[in-house]
Ligand binder design. Structure first.
Ligand SMILES: [Zn+2]
Length: 56
């Protein structure tokens, strides 16, 4: 099981982005979240962390 970069929970299903695990639940949430939703900013911040880790 992998530790999700967004919720930090260990989930059996998900995707890898730049070597970081994103669980299926969070992936679905991100896709369904409206850009005006505060959670969207949180998710974007998490994605930025993934990308920064990938290029450093
Ligand atoms: Zn998650």
């Amino acid at each position: 099981m992998n530790s999700c970069i967004v919720c930090n929970e260990h989930k059996p299903a998900g995707i890898f982005i730049c070597g970081q695990f994103l669980c299926a639940d969070c992936e679905r949430d991100i896709v369904a979240t409206d850009v005006s939703d505060l959670r969207y900013r949180y998710y974007i911040d998490c994605m930025k962390k993934i990308w920064l880790a990938a290029i450093s």
